[in-house]
Design a protein around this ligand. Structure first.
Ligand SMILES: CCC[C@@H](/C=C/S(=O)(=O)c1ccccc1)NC(=O)[C@H](Cc1ccccc1)NC(=O)N1CCC(N2CCOCC2)CC1
Length: 214
């Protein structure tokens, strides 16, 4: 496993997006993972639609929350994902206007990834960005650097946010994950969150998934 890896260097990550005043983080975590899987397979990066999931994924609750694992199932049921351009993000719950003829990406399933952070790093380097659930407590007051809150301030058992691990590295003696957030590019480190790797920080290792793109 490489000591450091960053899928942004391999063209597998779209620019940081902004979910706005809508609890659709789970949809951005899902599209981010599938954008990566599709690019790695097809060598082309396409921005995919979160609004399709907000409006049409009936296993989840749009702006009131959801789970990537549910979203993968809904994407299979619907027949695939449309592009960001074809099904624009509005950041509110709207009527489903899914158009199957506009589907560009289909998935054939999903996998759960080990909660062992060394195995996660290996999986990421070999396969692509990982969709995760995390307790966002330490993200509310994050202004850069490597976040390493004590578990009493970031309960690893209460996940409330969906994000995307796109890489990992070491700064000095501190191993860290590189996490793509969906709160716009002005938040954190140009929209990204670096968090200590190897301590199960904020439960980031407890709900790691990826879609399988066919
Ligand atoms: C109100 C929903 C907020 C939203 C993210 C909003 S947010 O703006 O990014 C944010 C997060 C934290 C602090 C501040 C702001 N959070 C979610 O969607 C989180 C994301 C998540 C949690 C755990 C693992 C993975 C992903 N999920 C959730 O909030 N939910 C998970 C699914 C659950 N459903 C219950 C009924 O049966 C179907 C499932 C509803 C609650």
């Amino acid at each position: 496993t490489p000591k450091a890896f960053d899928w942004r260097d391999h063209g597998a990550v779209t620019p940081v997006k902004n979910q706005g005043q809508c609890g659709s983080c789970w949809a951005f975590s899902t599209t981010g993972n599938i954008e990566g899987q599709w690019q790695i397979k097809n060598k082309r990066l396409i921005s995919l639609s979160e609004q399709e999931l907000v409006d049409c994924d009936k296993l989840d609750e749009g702006c009131n929350g959801g789970l990537p694992s549910n979203a993968y199932m809904s994407i299979m049921k619907l027949g695939g994902l449309e592009t960001e351009g074809d099904y624009k993000y509005d950041g509110e719950d709207e009527k489903c206007t899914f158009n199957k003829s506009e589907v560009v990406v289909k998935i054939s399933g999903a996998v759960n990834i080990s909660s062992n952070e060394d195995d996660m790093a290996s999986w990421l380097a070999q396969n692509g960005p990982i969709s995760i659930g995390i307790n966002a407590n330490a993200m509310q007051f994050y202004f850069g650097g490597i976040s390493h809150p004590w578990s009493i301030f970031c309960n690893p058992k209460s996940l409330d946010h969906g994000v995307l691990i796109v890489g990992y590295g070491v700064e000095g003696s501190e191993p860290y994950w590189i996490v793509k957030n969906s709160w716009g590019p002005d938040w954190g480190e140009k929209g990204y969150y670096r968090v200590y790797r190897g301590g199960g920080v904020c439960g980031l290792n407890t709900m790691c998934t990826s879609a399988v793109v066919n």
